[in-house]
Design a protein around this ligand. Structure first.
Ligand SMILES: C[S@@+](CC[C@H](N)C(=O)[O-])C[C@H]1O[C@@H](n2cnc3c(N)ncnc32)[C@H](O)[C@@H]1O
Length: 414
């Protein structure tokens, strides 16, 4: 199902494939993020139970210029893991960039298909073990129809990594969009609209809420593609946590994790016992909704979702065979740099959360290399006189701090 707005959306991503990327940059860095970091997929979707040797069939639905698809394909390739990532998008312009990025990296495990994700059911593509859908559903005429199309293409025990816009952290965006609908109507050619938007942004008075919003930079740092996507997009619908939960449930899924979990836990910053007594009475969605409302800084939600029908199979933190991994951190360097006093000062878009670390944090983190299982780490510490109960107790505390930051995760078994 498309409408005139959807046709304008299609024209937007032909004129301004998103995000703006130069394939030559691939030689310098890999763009990493969430969702679809392979370590996250292993942990949050598969509970670190799906063997790395089992081929992973993945889809990047609305893959754009390729960030998620390239990252996942590269992670698989670097790890020597079997599988394939299918990039699917309607934008031919985005495809050219994503394909050039994959070629620059000589990725053999990525395939490009031009088409609408709404046509997945009859496409013959799939089933997929993992589907990335980042920044797409909120632009569709019917986000639920889009999510159902994805769910229909999921293999048993598969999962989806979603990113959708969230309203509070986007404060100012919708006002500026309203203003631009008046000054640069959607019927005008995209370059003319961009020019007017730039002029308006220069002159928008200091009272404009977007000026006060430090978390959004697409209009200032994202080039024409970023500016268009943020301020001139023909359709974007932001989802609060309860709205996202409703969407996900209606598609037969459940949220396994909101990234980063600590941001969605109001107890991370509400320490007053009277408040804590009340947060304790809330269900997980209520707690996350409270966190969203009280922090005010969430401009997106990243959610890993799995089938609502399947039994929960969480990562096994108490299994000596489980292998911990750090996400984009080096265990030894981290262990050396841990602050005295055992509190890790972390900030998420300005939200400061002190994360208390246990006494053995450095000793454990220094041994996390993606190969040693917990049992081996416990053995090494025991040889240095650390009782095993102390290891498992402190591991629990370390997990509470660092899994909640989406940093300490469990690896897929071999
Ligand atoms: C904001 S971009 C996100 C790109 C990419 N997922 C990322 O996060 O970097 C949205 C993308 O969704 C694509 N898109 C929108 N509607 C679509 C549809 N019905 N089927 C396939 N792709 C679609 C657009 O062409 C565009 O590339």
């Amino acid at each position: 199902m498309t409408d005139a707005t959807d046709q304008r959306l299609a024209a937007q991503y032909e004129a301004y494939p998103y995000p703006a990327r130069d394939p030559r940059e691939e030689a310098k860095r890999l763009v990493v993020g969430s969702p679809s970091h392979l370590r996250e997929v292993d942990h949050w979707i598969f509970g670190a139970r799906r063997p790395a040797s089992t081929p992973l069939r993945a889809l990047a639905a609305g893959g754009g210029t390729g960030d998620g698809a390239i990252m996942l394909a590269q992670h698989l390739a670097w790890a020597g893991r079997p599988g394939e990532v299918v990039w699917l998008d309607r934008s031919a312009a985005a495809r050219r960039i994503a394909e050039a990025r994959a070629a620059a990296r000589k990725l053999p495990n990525i395939r490009f298909v031009e088409g609408s994700l709404l046509e997945l059911p009859e496409s013959g593509l799939g089933p997929f073990d993992y589907i990335d859908c980042c920044g797409v559903l909120h632009h569709l005429p019917d986000p639920l129809a889009g999510l159902r199309a994805l769910t229909g293409a999921l293999a048993p025990r598969g999962g989806i990594g979603l990113m959708v816009y969230a309203p509070h952290g986007r404060t100012g965006v919708y006002m500026m969009q309203d203003a631009l609908r008046l000054l640069a109507p959607a019927a005008e050619p995209p370059p003319a609209r961009v020019e007017i938007a730039r002029r308006l942004w220069k002159q928008a008075p200091e009272t404009a809420w977007l000026r006060k919003n430090p978390w959004l930079t697409d209009h200032t740092a994202g080039g024409d593609a970023g500016l268009y996507d943020l301020l001139l997009n023909p359709r974007d619908t932001a989802f609060t946590v309860p709205a996202l939960d409703e969407l996900v449930r209606a598609a037969g899924l459940r949220i396994a994790c909101l990234v980063e979990p600590v941001r969605y836990d109001p107890d991370s910053y509400l320490t007053d016992p009277r408040l804590r007594a009340r947060t304790a009475a809330l269900d997980p969605v209520g707690r996350a909704a409270l966190a969203e409302a009280v922090t005010g800084n969430m401009g997106i939600h990243i959610a890993y979702c799995v089938s609502a029908d399947e039994a929960e199979a969480p990562p096994r933190w108490d299994d000596p065979e489980s292998v911990p991994v750090l996400r984009e951190m080096d265990g030894a360097a981290l262990a050396r740099g841990l602050p005295p006093g055992g509190v890790l000062p972390v900030a998420f878009d300005g939200l400061r959360v002190p994360l208390p670390l246990p006494r053995l944090a450095a000793a454990i983190l220094g041994r996390v290399d993606g190969r040693r299982p917990f049992g081996a780490i416990a053995d090494e510490l025991a040889a240095n006189g650390v009782p095993r109960e102390a290891f498992w107790r402190d591991l629990g505390a370390l997990r509470r701090a660092m899994e909640s930051m989406n940093r300490l995760l469990l690896a897929a078994p071999p």
